[in-house]
Design a protein. Structure first.
Length: 256
């Protein structure tokens, strides 16, 4: 029930941070809000329906918690890069990138088909290595709350040391941009150090990110937002001859 309470709080915060008056029309705001709420709630419901691991007898210490947090953050970076680099995974992840505005409503919008992405596998890696389920869940929870809160244009720049080490609203705005210098940049979760280490970091331009969303936008509404990327991919797969080529297309970078 804690997850439900946090989701409800996130909805309230989103309504405050992204009110109707911040959109050109109330109709556009209503559609964007409804789409984000429906998709976010569906993704949460699927997550809550999955079986939970039974807690083991491993003693939890601060050092162990810190190591698991770092491992979880790194695995998120890897899974996030794969979600952008593989067409089959991008068909799900595109849902999160579909809003044309950058606010808490974008943070709420998650793909119900997230279970088909590497993000579903990452926690299993830690659990298979013997990490205590409570620490894995706590790390994921901290990461989720942080990731929601950085979806905002109200915070421009934070102190230099924060911008250097952590993923901030400024860094993540770049990630959601659709210009050539923004696409496939800044994959980090809580930390931005992985992007700096592996060459995927880009600082926000001085004049900010001008356009958000998808290069190939989806239709309006929750259903079209979720299904259009899959429809586009499956049409291309159906038009491709040969099983090997079909598989190669699904594993290739997405069309942008």
């Amino acid at each position: 029930m804690l997850a439900v309470a946090i989701f409800v709080l996130a909805v309230v915060l989103a309504l405050v941070e992204a009110p109707a008056r911040s959109y050109p029309s109330r109709a556009e705001w209503r559609n964007e809000a409804r789409t984000s709420f429906v998709l976010g709630a569906a993704a949460l419901a699927i997550d809550m329906a999955l079986p939970r691991p039974i807690a083991g007898g491993v003693e939890t210490t601060f050092l162990l918690a810190a190591l698991i947090f770092l491992a979880d953050d790194f695995l998120y970076y890897v899974s996030h890069r794969l979600a952008h680099g593989v067409a089959f995974f991008w068909a799900s992840h595109a849902v999160h990138h579909s809003p044309r505005r950058y606010n808490f409503l974008t943070g709420l919008r998650q793909p119900p088909t997230w279970i088909l992405t590497p993000a579903a596998v990452a926690p299993l890696v830690l659990l298979s290595l013997g990490a205590p389920p409570v620490l894995v869940a706590t790390s994921a929870g901290v990461r989720g709350v942080h990731h929601f809160l950085i979806h905002s244009e109200h915070v421009r720049r934070l102190p230099g040391w924060v911008e250097f080490a952590f993923n901030t609203p400024s860094h993540h705005r770049v990630h959601h941009g659709v210009s050539a210098d923004c696409i496939d940049r800044n994959f980090g979760a809580v930390l931005i150090i992985w992007d700096r280490l592996f060459g995927t970091f880009s600082a926000e331009p001085e004049d900010g990110v001008r356009r958000y969303g998808l290069v190939h936008p989806t239709g309006a509404g929750a259903w079209r937002t979720m299904i259009d990327p899959w429809r586009s991919l499956l049409r291309r797969v159906a038009a491709t001859q040969g099983t090997t080529r079909k598989l190669a297309l699904m594993l290739a970078p997405p069309r942008r």
